[in-house]
Design a protein around this ligand. Sequence first.
Ligand code: SAM
Length: 501
Amino acid sequence: MSGDGRTDRRDSAGRQRGAARSEGRTERSAQAPGERRRGTDPARTVAFDVLRAVAETDSYANLVLPPLLRERAIRGRDAGFATELAYGALRLRGRYDAIVEQAAGRDLATIDPPVLDLLRLGSHQLLGMRVPPHAAVSETVGLARQRVGAGAAQFVNAVLRAVGRSTLDEWLTLIGDAADPHQDDAVARLAAVESHPEWVVRGLREALVGNGRSSDELEALLVADNAAPRVTLVARPGLVDDDELGGRPGRVAPTAHVLDGGDPASVPAVRDGRAGVQDEGSQLVALALAAAPLEGPDERWLDLCAGPGGKAALLASLVDERRGRLVANEVQPHRARLVEQALRALPADAIEDVRTGDGRLVGTDEPGAFDRVMVDAPCTGLGALRRRPESRWRRQPSDLAALSALQRELLGSALAAVRVGGVVAYVTCSPHLAETQLVVKDALRAAARSGIGVEPVDARAVVADLAAAPLDLPGDRTDVQLWPHVHGTDAMHLTLLRRTS
Ligand SMILES: C[S@@+](CC[C@H](N)C(=O)[O-])C[C@H]1O[C@@H](n2cnc3c(N)ncnc32)[C@H](O)[C@@H]1O
């Protein structure tokens, strides 16, 4: 039974069983009787609406989908099916577009965007989910007829039948060969087959090599980006007992609980803010800032870019254990409100302030005022592609220049805001060298020019003491770069720096 007592009508293969299809009802009643037909499947309809919202209003799928599911009372397996369909079609858009182009024998630019979205959804059901082909095709054609028109439905039918005639492996060989006809461009092939923009594939390859890893790992990394991450909870120290959260212990962060499934919002400690949903890599970098060796006072911490507040809540629980206080700063007012919300379970004593302000000014306004500073910088998010289904298509190479300039300024401000002897953590959820190693290098040069001395702290030694098992971190660097295909985390970057003068 679904939560509202009605029978859950989807089987494990995503087929909808039974006749009552609530979503279609009102739309059917608005049609002339001659046009009446079986209603469309609410789960597929909601997935289509998510893809349309992403395309038309630049919406984020993970923000649009949950309220739509709630509004339309789609729960249980139906909700799981809709989520996998929408997120999978968005993540694998590049792969399916290459397949659709071949199957349709037409340039994608000649296909109307809503029709292309339907073809992506149909292709994902056929090739990426275990939906029986007749259901995948007929349900998508029905949706096309209802939402776009009879002509579009015929086209969708023909193209999806062509898609269904080959297996996924056969299609991958075909689109790989089409992208790399001379067998000399591994990036173009991987970009098509593993559904990433080429500039992202190039950036990830450089990041692997720049962190002492082999470019042979690239395919495994791209594959990991295409898999939905497991839901991981953080047990905020001092606020929650480990056995309240369930799940299995994390591999990387001692505060992590990895769930096998279920809705994290149903966990009471998550609802009241004593725990939260947080990637293990994000947990580890906050724990590392707190654990970095420090001489002298350790009581005033700053989270410079705090919204929406996941790391701030973990830092606040850690500083509270030392009887210290956290200042959380965020430039966007609505995100600063999310920080307040994330900190709701923390004792008032642990929070000095939640501020709305430009982090670039803190170093000038409050020089040398903090013992530990977190700079979790705004970034391309190329390390969290598995979590944000459409973001790889939205980001542009030109974003890198603007973001890395901002990152340098924020890190410079943090180095000015920390006291001599204090520690700064520079963190991104992108492994791109332009946002990580190069930003740190530039910021250190700029700091030296303004008379601020800085030395690296061995972040690898710090995380080695925190992690349950040794972390695979090759090369002789002092920073830490995590990877989804190696550590099971987002590709978080961490540099720890100590101010020396
Ligand atoms: C990667 S997110 C931080 C995530 C956060 N630490 C967490 O764990 O929930 C970066 C944040 O920096 C904020 N930001 C962007 N420019 C900023 C600036 N100039 N000063 C302060 N915050 C800024 C963004 O609005 C965004 O909320």
